[in-house]
Write a protein that binds this ligand. Sequence first.
Ligand code: SF4
Length: 374
Amino acid sequence: MSGIYIHIPFCKQACHYCDFHFSTSLASKSNLVSAITKEIILRKSEIPKDVKSLYIGGGTPSLLSLQELTTIFHSLEKVIELRNLNEITLEINPEDINEEKLDHFKALGINRLSIGVQSFDNKVLKWMNRIHSNQQIIDGLNLIKKYKFEDISIDFIYGTPSFLNRNYGIEISSILEFDPSHLSCYLLTIEEGTYFGHLEKKNELKSINDLQSEQEFLWLSNKLQSKGYDHYEISNFSLNGKYSFHNSNYWKRFSYIGFGPGAHSFIQRKRRWNISNNAQYIKKIDLENVFYQEEKLTTNDFINEIIMLGLRTKNGFNLETVFKNTNADNKSRLIEKIKELINKKLIIQKQDYIIMRKEKWLLSEYVSIELFTI
Ligand code: SF4
């Protein structure tokens, strides 16, 4: 089953940790919406037939006016049957939640909201340069509850420096009071090109150490599991089977098509990424010039993705699928490597599946690289 992703590259202000593609200048917003609607029509024939999910992310999609969002939905209706989709997700920030928007989202068929909460602590929010306050989160989540959205996902960031003195127990309890069906908990990483990256270069900020990260990760995992959440992917937790259908399809390497600047697509072993520059994207779409780069995955790339994406999930990756697609040399090297990583207590083998040990899950990237075929 395939999915559609739409990238809305605007934000009111830049969060200090964020390296996504976005602009804080909203001047080109309506031109960009027109360009996205044109891209949808231009690429109509590439849209996989079995699309079952739509995810509108960013950036901050909740910055779109109701008219702009409707325009995007109208152009999607020309190319797919929106009513046949299992899941339509929209990312929304707490400060944008109001009755008018929620009414409109319902009318458009949006059945899942992903809310950028990040923390319940005002000093942490301020430190990250988030716009919203703890009170806006509470008001927004109460309103969403009133509107009875089927699925609510909350984004949360942990692994912040200890001088912030966070009380994760209180923050998580505050979140759970709203019974979200899904939580995405991300370890803060300091990325080059962000304000935090700039501070790190000047030795004014550094990431917490691996032991601390592991302790916070395990605390969150155990806490949420004790409340009935299934820790189904390294950063994701679902209640009553309400996992993210759209994102789960990424991890299963199903096809997806992405519209908008910086959006990625993956169709028939081809990866494509649109230009990450709003002005150039608008211009190139207008002139119908090439607005993307693409590459065809080699067999090794294909296997490495199975390994890397599988290790992010609680089910791991299927060894037989990997063996079927690789040569004898790679196969014997993998068998040795797997033995070594099992002895190091990083992974386990369950029948044909190789799975990260939960307490070492944060090392999945390192383990993937160790297992990569070349
Ligand atoms: S974290 Fe979200 S709201 Fe903040 S800058 Fe990044 S995309 Fe925008």
